[in-house]
Design a binder for this molecule. Structure first.
Ligand code: SF4
Length: 348
């Protein structure tokens, strides 16, 4: 199909990753947001996330290769990472960027969340610097500029073949000439994850593909993706989760994107089914899809209930289902969806 045919065939010929993720999470949410144009007000969580992203981005303009080089020269060997002057300096630089006139920081818990993210990020950067120093047998100012400073920051990429676009948080050039793409996950809700969600894998595939196309990289194995969870749960942070190129994963991404685009065009905006079996986890499955509504801004339009009322009801339902699962063997009719989901091609 030519680009022109594609543009006339679909209402949404180009899609951002955020729009694709919204559709995958809930088709109806996509409708409210992108078809009906119901904007959501920025909440504390979103605002905190964008402040942290901007602090991480500005960090690399607040510091220069000479300063990093000088700090590295003075750094004694064998000290605990968080006792190092370089770590403390990075933290100070970033904390100076916390806006003190923002209403969300009236709440000291919010400030603590941002500080924890900053400390996690500083740890990551010091570790990366020390590793580079070891790998290269010492770092000059030019090496620091080339390998420690990002190759690209908050840059928009697009791929005409899949008609997808998105903004990459960060790209690093590795000493072996390969690239590492990074996405910061700054929310407090992610514990140190062992498994990536479906939309996170999709995100990585889309971004790796976009980057390769834009940079003309022939061998897909030369581009890796890392999710950097700089969150705070259980103190298990920072947590880096890698995702390498996977041919089947790439194919799934292309199929999914086209399927979602066609489904959107066909007006498929059903709510996710109430009952769902997920990886055999029956107890979690029953209200699983309703849990996503608890963090949605459209519960009033969708369920006729404000979000806090809706969330309270779901939590009661979850407790009851948990008790039921403990007390009796569930039958298949309890756990299977009433209607089969039409779009559920989970990739490996
Ligand atoms: S409330 Fe739930 S079903 Fe409705 S749009 Fe939001 S996530 Fe989808």
């Amino acid at each position: 199909m030519t680009e022109e045919e594609h543009a006339t065939q679909y209402r949404y010929p180009w899609m951002s990753f955020t729009a694709i993720k919204t559709y995958e999470t809930c088709p109806r949410r996509f409708k409210y947001r992108y078809v009906d144009g119901c904007e959501v007000e920025e909440n504390v969580r979103m605002e905190r996330g964008s402040i942290i992203h901007s602090i991480f981005e500005n960090f690399f303009t607040d510091i220069n290769p000479s300063e990093v080089y000088n700090m590295l020269q003075k750094e004694p060997v064998g000290k605990e990472l968080t006792d190092r002057d370089i770590y403390k300096r990075f933290v100070t630089i970033m904390k100076a960027r916390i806006p003190n006139d923002n209403p969300i920081f009236v709440d000291s818990e919010e400030v603590k969340m941002v500080e924890k993210n900053i400390e996690a990020f500083a740890k990551l950067e010091v570790k990366r610097l020390l590793k580079l120093n070891t790998d290269l047998g010492g770092l000059g100012k030019d090496d620091i500029k080339k390998y420690w400073f990002p190759y690209a920051l908050e840059k928009r990429y697009a791929d005409p073949a899949t008609r997808t676009y998105g903004v990459l948080d960060r790209v690093n050039l590795n000493v072996d000439g390969n690239f590492t793409l990074m996405d910061y996950k700054t929310g407090g809700g992610h514990d140190a994850k062992e498994k990536l969600a479906s939309y996170e894998k999709l995100q990585a595939r889309i971004y790796m593909n976009m980057f390769r196309e834009a940079e003309g990289i022939k061998d897909p194995k030369n581009v890796n993706f890392y999710f950097a969870f700089t969150n705070v749960k259980n103190g298990r942070y920072p947590n880096l989760l890698p995702l390498k190129y996977h041919r089947y994963g790439e194919e799934c991404m292309r199929v999914k994107v086209e399927k979602y685009r066609a489904a959107i065009d066909a007006g498929m905006f059903n709510r996710p089914p109430e009952k769902w079996e997920q990886n055999g986890e029956l107890r979690r499955a029953l209200f699983y899809k309703r849990k996503i509504c608890c963090s949605c801004d459209y519960t009033e339009d969708c369920w006729g209930k404000p979000r806090d009322v809706f969330t309270a009801e779901v939590n009661i339902g979850l407790r009851m289902e948990n008790e039921k699962a403990h007390n009796k063997q569930l039958s298949m009719s309890d756990i299977l969806p009433d209607e089969e989901p039409s779009l559920n091609d989970d990739e490996v």
